[in-house]
Each structure stands twice: as C-alpha cells, then as structure tokens.
Design a protein around this ligand. Structure first.
Ligand code: ATP
Ligand code: MG
Length: 413
C-alpha cells in the first residue's frame, strides 16, 4: 500500500511564531485518498539536514512531499538538495521563465534576477503550475519514489495540490479508500466509556478505533480501510453501529459539531427558547450558546448573578434560601433556573452555581462542586457534579454539563 512522508522546510517553522499547518492539511487530503501519512518532520533551511532527511525518507517510504523552500532566495534550497539526492541536473525551463517574466511584466515590474531560480527544474520532472504565486511545484518520479515539491504559502500550496496532485495520487493509490466517523460524547469519563466499548472495538483491526479525551468531552474516532469507498464504508458501518448502540444518548454529535451547535439545533427543531442564570461559570454557558450563528432565534437572555444580592435581584432567589442552603446548593441552582425562566418567559431556564476555586472550597463543598438545574414549565431537573482540574477546567466542564442537560431535556420534548 502506498504511504507518504511530509517534510516541511523553513527555519521559521521551528519557532513558536510560525506553525506548520500545511502538513496537517496535506495529511487530511492524503487520508481522504487512502494514502496514510506515516511520518512527518520539520527541517530548518539547512542543506545538510535536509539532504539527510530526504535520503532517509526516500529509502523507506514511496511518496515524499516537501513543503516550502522553492522561493527565489539563497536559503531556498529544496530543489538543489532533491536534485542532489536523486542525482538529477537542475536545468532552466524556458516555459517557466517566460511565465515568470510575463507575471512580473503584467504587474509592471522588472523581474529580479533571483527569480530566475524558480525556473530551475530537475531533469525529468513534471511541472505543477502555480496560479497563485511565482514558484511552480515539481513532481519527480524516480525508480522507487514519487517526490513532490510544493511551495510554502498555503494560498499557493492548497489549490496546486488539489488541482495537480490529488487526481494523480488517487490514480496511484488505485483501490485504497478510507471511511471515517466520529462520535462525540459527554457525561461518561474516558475510562468508563472505554470499558464499555473496548470489548467491541478490540475485535476489529479494521476499522481502527481511537478514543480522545478532552475536558467535558470524549471522542471516539473510527477509520476503516477498504479496496474502495463502498467497502470501507461497509466495514465502518459494522463497528460504528455497535458503538452507536452502546454509547446511545451519551453521544451528542456524530460529526464535528460542538455541544452548543447541537443544543442550538435542538432548540430550533423543538421551537424552544432558553435563558440562563450563571454564577460560577460567569456567563460561559450564555457565551457558548450565543457563539452559534442564528442563536437569536432561541437565546433570550442570560444573567450573571455572582453575588447573593444579584441572585435575589436578577433571579428572585429568596434571601432566606441563600442563608439556609448557601449559594452553592441544589435549591439555589433550581431557584436560578426557575427564576430566570419565569422572568425571561422562555421554554427552558438554566441555573449554574458552584465552587470554581482555587479558593472557597470547604470539606462539605470542595472545589469543583457545581449544581446545575434546567427548568421547564412542568419540572426542574437538578444534578450535582464534582469536577476535577483548575478553575478554567471546572468552569468549562460545568458549561458542558449544563448544555448537555439542556440537550437531554430537549430530546425528551
Ligand atoms: P516563496 O516563493 O513564497 O518563497 P517558498 O516555497 O519558498 O515560497 P517558503 O519561503 O518556505 O516558501 O515559505 C513562504 C511562507 O509560506 C512562509 O513564510 C510561511 O508563512 C508559509 N509556510 C511555509 N511553510 C509552511 C507550512 N508548512 N505550513 C504553513 N505555512 C507555511
Ligand atoms: Mg521562500
């Protein structure tokens, strides 16, 4: 099976300021075609290191894609190095030279002598036209390898790759195809989730399963390989259906949708509206809900009631309740949800109160204790959580749990 390596070239890519995003893009594209990326690297503008990297790659992997270093300056060494490794000559290509000259002329500038370098090609290479910049790409077929040289700027690399490389790679990869899917879940810690699905997915080498935990969210990703897309999708479905069934309503999305997008979708679908009264999350639930375009259709109002006074004033919590139960309590969470719902006249009301830390915890209510309530016209659901992590993480998980409770409420409506 065909596999690929990627080398990103440029000393700036080794620093924190520039990120090698092109290789991530290429990996996505190659996966789509059914060519797995087995290795990638970043090499500074250094001929010797680049030469080593290219040699090693060519010795073990059939396809090598390099990114960058095709420009007109002295430190753009990609062509030179690849020519050396493949023992090819660099020759001036008249057609490219003429095109470069035309490009500069059309902008009314004299072509700098340096730019002629970009018309140098390895003997026997195919030229990948660059409609968005000066440096063309090159595709060199050697005895054992395909070596593809692409320019660094993403605005040049992407259209070039899609127009000139994707069709050819598809043909080369022939029968290979990948099918994938994702399940995004909330409410099950990674270990518990894995305990439930490992007995299922460990029976399959293909599809491959990865479990990815993030704060408040665990993702299960499946990738199936097949001779063609049909086969890959059939293999995928067999396992995906079982995982889907096992995780059931812990799954909030079967795509890359965020929790707030899913909640927004349900709110629209159920023709429902929502309001929030938040203490420890400081408006994060409202912020996430309103992050979604079109949220004005269902989000009516959100209040941050941080102080006890605000809880009384903005959500109508009785002073006696605060005094007797404390601000972090089931009763206050319920009161916030019901109070804001009544005042904003919405289908749903959400109340969040808790201890985000790092201070303010007690043995009775340790840091991470969060009470969340979701009120409707007929009842109020309440849950108590104990979230691990620092302040930011606790707040995030609280917002995720609140949105998940809203999702579950909407699914019942
Ligand atoms: P040019 O003709 O523009 O010089 P080039 O092929 O020489 O093209 P580089 O000089 O290596 O490309 O890179 C040009 C710019 O493209 C970089 O400054 C950077 O912003 C961007 N770039 C390069 N490589 C990458 C990469 N791997 N991922 C994302 N951006 C990149
Ligand atoms: Mg350059």
């Amino acid at each position: 099976m065909l596999s690929a390596e990627i080398i990103a070239i440029g000393s700036e890519l080794l620093t924190a300021r520039f990120k090698d995003t092109n290789s991530l893009y290429l990996t996505e594209q190659l996966n789509e075609i059914g060519i797995p990326v087995v290795m990638k690297g970043i090499v500074g503008d250094d001929e010797n290191y680049l030469e080593d990297a290219v040699r090693q790659s060519l010795a073990r992997t059939p396809v090598l894609i390099t990114i960058g270093g095709l420009g007109p300056t002295e430190d753009d060494v990609t062509r030179k190095v690849v020519a050396r490794v493949l023992q090819r000559q660099l020759v001036l290509n008249d057609e490219i030279l003429a095109r470069l000259q035309r490009r500069f002329k059309s902008r009314g500038i004299e072509m700098p002598a340096n730019n002629a370098r970009q018309a140098l090609v390895l003997t026997g290479s195919d030229i990948l036209e660059n409609n968005n910049g000066t440096a063309p790409g090159l595709w060199i077929r050697s005895e054992k390898n395909h070596v593809i040289l692409l320019p660094g700027p993403a605005s040049e690399l992407k259209p070039m790759f899609e127009a000139t490389c994707v069709p050819r790679l598809r043909e080369l990869s022939g029968t290979g195809a990948l099918a994938r899917c994702v399940f995004r879940t909330a409410g099950l810690p990674e270990s518990l989730l894995d305990a439930r699905i490992a007995p299922i997915y460990t029976k399959y080498k293909n599809p491959e399963t990865t479990v990815l935990a993030r704060p408040g969210q665990v993702e299960v990703r499946l990738t199936a390989r097949g001779k063609n897309l049909e086969e890959a999708e059939r293999l995928l479905k067999e396992l995906a259906d079982q995982i889907d069934q096992e995780l059931d309503d812990f799954i909030f999305a079967r795509s890359e949708q965020s929790m707030e997008e899913v909640v927004g979708m349900y709110l629209v679908m159920k023709n429902a509206t929502i309001s929030t009264a938040e203490s420890c999350t400081g408006g994060l639930v409202a912020e996430r809900l309103t992050d979604v375009p079109g949220s004005s259709r269902y989000f009516m109002s959100g209040v941050i009631c941080y102080s006890n006074e605000a809880k009384m004033e903005l959500a109508g919590i009785p002073p006696l309740l605060l005094e007797m139960q404390g601000a972090v309590s089931a009763e206050v969470a319920r009161g916030l949800a019901e109070g804001v719902r009544a005042r904003a006249n919405t289908t749903l009301g959400v109340g969040v109160t808790g201890v985000a830390g790092p201070t303010g915890g007690s043995s009775e209510k340790p840091v991470g204790t969060v009470h969340i309530a979701v009120a409707t016209s007929t009842k109020t659901e309440h849950r108590q959580f104990l979230f691990p992590g620092d302040r930011e993480r606790i707040r995030w998980q609280a917002s995720q749990a609140a949105l998940d409770m809203v999702r579950r409420e909407l699914m019942k409506m």
